[in-house]
Design a protein around this ligand. Structure first.
Ligand SMILES: [Zn+2]
Length: 314
């Protein structure tokens, strides 16, 4: 399933290509009804595209909005305008003067009212990719919840935009086992988790893919093979220590982890608490820079992985 970086990237690209233009909005597949949007007009002006977690909102003139959730299979395809005839599977075609986007296979693609949009947003936790995000609700939830941290991170009402890959990677980077109860995660570690997710997601927006093993500089354009892009997700062996990667089902989604680096014991948490005091990850959130800081800048020069704490030994 696309994670938040894919959604925010789509919003950025679609804003650049379509915002401010009068668009033809059609459903070649016939499964979406845009009559309430167009009011019978051939074209309607798109004001902007907003991303929130895994949701996209196309805000048109007079506040009319199309809500899209890509789900597991949704995909956009871009072509120059005028586009070729659409395939019969295209749920929505947005045709601008220069660029056309075809959307196939989304879970949701509907015209919604302001009230429906507000209700939808009210159900979402803070999104680390949004400038207006307030992580307090995320910290509060973790502080009181017995839910495993691995499940909390996938709950869109707790934090929006994180999916299975970022979940596995951030828990690995923080040396946390997915089954540790959320409330046993020290506040300082929860704050690092929020900051780290924001940095990794922003890097994902730049890279257009998830790469967690190359520091925080955008790696776009550089060759990073699938096998060396992540630490544990989808791997047989841990990128960090070479040990076997384990997996189990947690609320019907497979969690990937290295039990060597992420032992299940709250005894591992003092290691994390020590990291919280010896690094300045959290300081990055207050610099206000739009540049993506390197891990060197955060952790000091040297090997990034060795700058993180050694895996707790059992
Ligand atoms: Zn490992």
């Amino acid at each position: 399933m696309p994670e938040g970086h894919t959604i925010h990237r789509a919003a950025r690209d679609h804003n650049a290509a379509l915002a401010g233009h009068a668009l033809s909005v059609t459903s070649p597949q016939g499964r979406a009804d845009f009559a309430a949007l167009t009011g019978g007009a051939d074209r309607v002006t798109l004001r902007r595209v907003e991303a929130y977690g895994k949701h996209l909102f196309y805000v048109f003139e007079r506040g009319r909005t199309v809500h899209i959730h890509l789900g597991l299979f949704g995909k956009f395809r871009r072509s120059p305008s005028p586009p070729p005839p659409p395939a019969s599977t295209v749920r929505m075609r947005l045709e601008g003067p220069e660029v056309t986007f075809d959307l196939r296979g989304p879970t949701a693609c509907d015209v919604i009212t302001r009230g429906e949009k507000a209700a939808l947003l009210a159900r979402l936790g803070p999104d680390p990719l949004r400038d207006d995000a307030d992580p307090q609700a995320f910290f509060d939830y973790l502080g009181r919840s017995k839910v495993p941290i691995g499940a909390a991170l996938m709950d869109q009402s707790v934090i929006a935009g994180v999916g299975n890959v970022y979940r596995a990677e951030v828990l690995h980077l923080l040396r946390l086992h997915p089954l540790v109860a959320a409330r046993e995660v020290p506040r300082a570690v929860a704050e690092e988790m929020w900051t780290l997710l924001g940095l990794l997601l922003r890097k994902g927006v730049e890279d257009r893919r998830i790469i967690t093993t190359r520091g925080l500089v955008a790696t776009r354009g550089k060759r990073v093979t699938r096998g060396e892009s992540v630490h544990v997700y989808g791997r047989q062996t841990c990128f960090t220590c070479g040990g076997p990667v384990g997996r189990f089902l947690l609320r019907a989604r497979t969690v990937h982890l290295c039990t060597g680096c992420q032992p299940y014991a709250t005894a591992a948490l003092p290691v994390r608490a020590k990291l919280a005091t010896t690094t300045s990850l959290t300081e990055m959130s207050v610099t206000g820079t739009s540049e993506y800081p390197t891990l060197d800048a955060i952790l000091g020069p040297g090997d990034h992985d060795s700058a993180l704490p050694a895996p707790a030994r059992r």
